[in-house]
Design a protein. Structure first.
Length: 113
């Protein structure tokens, strides 16, 4: 059983959108291994994100990959880098994070319901 029920309105307030990673570079200043990402979210523009996904992804295989990201959490400073969205992932068996992505391609900026 999931812990702590929340009102549906709380969930509905979280704005999750599809986007395509257009750039991925190392983020050596981060405390844990991470990449600095640029994610094209269509009409919302290109937003930056820090993502601890180095266990399962190389920079090269990230570019062009469609992902889901929360876009309305505000900005967060991480080791001198401003993260503007939160790319979503799941704990992977054995450690690391696996990205959440649409089953099929959708337009960048498409909202998750």
């Amino acid at each position: 059983m999931p812990s702590g029920a929340i009102p549906f309105e709380t969930f509905a307030a979280v704005d999750v959108r599809a986007g395509t990673i257009v750039a991925a570079e190392p983020f050596p200043e981060a405390r844990k291994p991470a990449y600095r990402l640029k994610v094209d979210l269509g009409p919302l523009g290109v937003l930056r994100s820090s993502a601890q996904i180095t266990d399962h992804y190389s920079q090269e295989e990230l570019v062009g990959r469609q992902v889901l990201a929360v876009v309305n959490l505000g900005e967060k400073r991480i080791a001198g880098f401003t993260s503007q969205c939160l790319v979503l992932g799941l704990d992977a068996p054995g450690g690391g994070v696996i990205l959440v992505q649409p089953e099929r391609p959708v337009d960048n900026g498409t909202r998750l319901y």
